[in-house]
Design a protein around this ligand. Structure first.
Ligand code: SAH
Ligand code: SF4
Length: 443
């Protein structure tokens, strides 16, 4: 979601005549797009502001803006930091060009956040118009773009800040989404990822996510479609999975966070399912879409999580056989139900140990799943040079090392010509690791 917001801001600023550069010390304006989901993310922003303070000492006219969720959460408090000139919440991002221009011209420090974000109108036209400025290089990866299907969230999982900083859940009109995807396809986009905090709950008039997938599938030029994030619920579930099974363009990939394997913890998290129900949903998904790749999110060290609860999480991960998992240490967020009503009982050290342990369990599974792909040929959408390519630009056979992903979101590394970036390639897998497949380009 943040990558999409950054891309929209970039496109808006470019449209407003600004030039985007990489080096902060040479910039007239520095904008930091922020995340509030964990405290660590916010701390990194604060330390980055410390770094910018030094640059500003010799460049007093430089404008520094904090945009996104942290701006919404902290509001005026952020302006107390003398380095910050602009504070702009997620719902005010459409005004960004105006705010930046004003700050440059009038040297005034400004704040623009929504006073009562939960009362934000679902029909906010400025947000809808702004959404359409994207020019196709949304994710900074060639031929790929994120498209918002839904804004906000109404779920109020007890630990989560998102409903408080991104406002109420709103599904965008299908016509707007389709128009946008058509334009992206016209600009060479091949993979679109539809975004929503609970994207499987997409609903507009009589349209659900399965309908949206069908409509996007019909767009020429689009070859792969993904959607994230799915919440474990039966509503629309079969329809969505059937669409995935029926529509060749929809990738066989499902990101469905479980968060915990303990029913007691799931209840305290205000997640409306049990571990048993979650497993049942996954079994159904695998029945409808054989070979489906599933990824998940887990949180360790939530309030009241005992060793026994954690073992239940380990056991769920073992049963699930995820392609990969993201594991986070619980971080109490100010104003959320968990922060207000529950104690942060698990010591940091224990959270850290559980995090490492769960990742190790998953790594073994990812390694086994990767090995099943060995010696097969996979279709890859090439993203560009791999990290190693910078060190060894010519590779072994005169080609640099490239990186791409399969429809199931496996990362594939192989040597090939750089003009393949943004194109599909066939790669035979010759070596695997838990997170990356290595191979040779075919044909
Ligand atoms: N809407 C998505 C998740 C959005 S936040 C969903 O419901 O799945 C992305 C992930 O961050 C969550 O899945 C959760 O695992 C993690 N997360 C959210 N709040 C957190 C917190 N307070 N501390 C640690 N991790 C958190
Ligand atoms: Fe947060 Fe829950 Fe909404 Fe996801 S579904 S954004 S975890 S409140």
């Amino acid at each position: 979601m943040n990558k999409l917001d950054s891309a929209l801001v970039t496109a808006a600023l470019k449209g407003g005549g600004f030039e985007i550069i990489n080096l902060e010390k040479d910039a007239d304006v520095v904008l930091i797009n922020t995340c509030s989901v964990r405290e660590h993310a916010e701390q990194r922003v604060l330390s980055h502001l410390g770094f910018l303070k030094h640059i500003k000492e010799s460049k007093p006219n430089m404008v520094v803006g904090v945009i996104g969720c942290m701006a919404q959460r902290l509001g005026a408090e952020l302006l107390k930091n003398k380095t910050v000139d602009i504070v702009c919440g997620p719902a005010q991002i459409p005004q960004i060009t105006e705010l930046v221009t004003k700050a440059l011209q009038e040297k005034k420090r400004t704040i623009s956040v929504t006073e009562k974000i939960r009362q934000l109108s679902p029909e906010d036209e400025t947000l809808e118009e702004f959404e359409m400025v994207s020019d196709g290089d949304d994710s900074q990866l060639p031929a790929q773009a994120y498209v918002r299907a839904m804004r906000g969230c109404n779920n109020f999982c007890s630990y989560c800040i998102v409903p408080y900083v991104r406002g109420p859940e709103v599904s965008r009109p299908p016509a707007a989404i389709i128009e946008q995807v058509k334009r992206l396809a016209g600009n060479g986009v091949k993979l679109v990822t539809l975004l929503g905090q609970m994207v499987n709950a997409y609903k507009y008039d009589t349209y659900c996510l399965a309908d949206l997938l069908r409509m996007v599938s019909e767009i020429d030029g689009i070859e792969w479609i993904r959607f994230v994030t799915s919440y474990p619920t039966e509503e629309y579930y079969e329809q969505i999975l059937k669409a995935m099974a029926d529509l060749p363009k929809v990738c066989h990939y499902l990101h469905m966070p479980a968060q915990s394997g303990s029913d007691k913890i799931l209840k305290a998290m205000n997640r409306n399912y049990t571990a048993g129900k979650y497993l049942e949903l996954i079994e159904k998904a695998r029945e409808i879409v054989p070979g489906l790749a599933i990824s998940g999110d887990f949180m360790v060290g939530f309030s009241g999580e005992t060793e026994e609860d954690f073992e239940k999480t380990v056991s769920l991960v073992e049963k699930m056989r995820y392609k990969n998992c993201f594991v986070f240490k619980y971080s109490p967020r100010p104003g959320t139900a968990a922060e207000k009503r529950l104690q942060d009982t698990v010591p940091e050290e224990v959270k850290r140990e559980r995090n490492i342990k769960l990742l190790a369990v998953q790594e073994k599974i990812s390694d086994e799943l990767a090995k099943e792909i060995l010696e097969t040929e996979v279709k890859v959408l090439v993203e560009g040079l791999s990290k190693k390519a910078g060190v060894n630009p010519c590779g072994e056979k005169g080609y640099p090392q490239l990186v791409g992903r399969t429809a199931e979101d496996w990362i594939v590394v192989f040597d090939g010509p750089i003009n393949l970036a943004g194109e599909f390639a066939k790669v035979k897998i010759t070596k695997t690791s838990p997170l990356t497949l290595f191979g040779e380009i075919q044909g």
